[in-house]
Design a protein around this ligand. Sequence first.
Ligand SMILES: [Zn+2]
Length: 337
Amino acid sequence: MALQSVHSVKGTIMRSSLFTMLVVGSILSATLSTEPPVIDYHQHLFSPEAAALVTGDPKSPGIGARDVIALLDSAGIRRALVLSVAYTWGKASRASVDDEYNHVKAENDWTAQQVAGYPDRLRAFCSFNPLRPYAIDELTRCSNNPQLRDGLKLHFGNSDVDLDNPENVAQVRKIFEAANRHRMAIVVHMRTSLDLRRRYGADAARVFLNELLPAAPDVPVQIAHLAGAGGYDATTDSALSVFTDAIARHDPRVKNVWFDAAMVVRPGMSADQLQQMTARIRQLGAERVLYGSDAALSPLAYPKAGWEGFQRLPLTEAEFKVVANNVAPYMRDVPAR
Ligand SMILES: [Zn+2]
């Protein structure tokens, strides 16, 4: 009895350690199979004022460059593109704030100062609501700031740029033309407003391809979240299909277009959804797909968790490697060290 129980305990230990080895082995192969990305293409900083505005907590400390550097370090990622959230001061679905343009300038400038402390690791893009009367002034002002002149972030959802509205499209076209003149790259969250229930899908993506991209032929354009807003649904897929079709026919308008995959993989996604996204990534070509984490407002968006989540896609080792090592033109002169 005593012996037997020793045997069975030993057996259990052996089985469980083998089990542990197998489990640990599979976790390692699932999460550590590919080196971390060289660049995180979708990060945000929040000044305490912007954090208070967004979270409703007046004591929110915000997210500074130091915080993001620590998160990048824990993921083994050296460089990041920081997209100013100044546009959120002009958020269409929030009551307007007094002195909006001053807040926009202050947020862009604060972001620039934060990033200036880490010139070998962080680059900032300027942002604003492109439909506001001050939009061109702010673009011009940013183009004169060495920390902000490399590019713009436009958030069509937050700013309520409606791609069904020809006036909105004409206004944003002017921003694209101005960015092109100043050789500023453009990161765009193309998905129109969910809060305001704007229509979105292939038609909207065609407007982007036909009316906006031709206005900025000389600068790279990074379409965020694989043309969605995080996650992946049929609407995003239909918008993205406009670009995969354009790429397939070698349409010159998409020669300088990149896609970031920030927050596209969500917990609980079905194997079918992961497969569908993988098929689209292959149509885009892994060499156009950039890894991004998104704002560190939830642990799921921390760079380490974000990269682990992205690796749940059934891409090959070689494809993950391509994505991890992509360097878009606007990050080429941020030294990797
Ligand atoms: Zn974002």
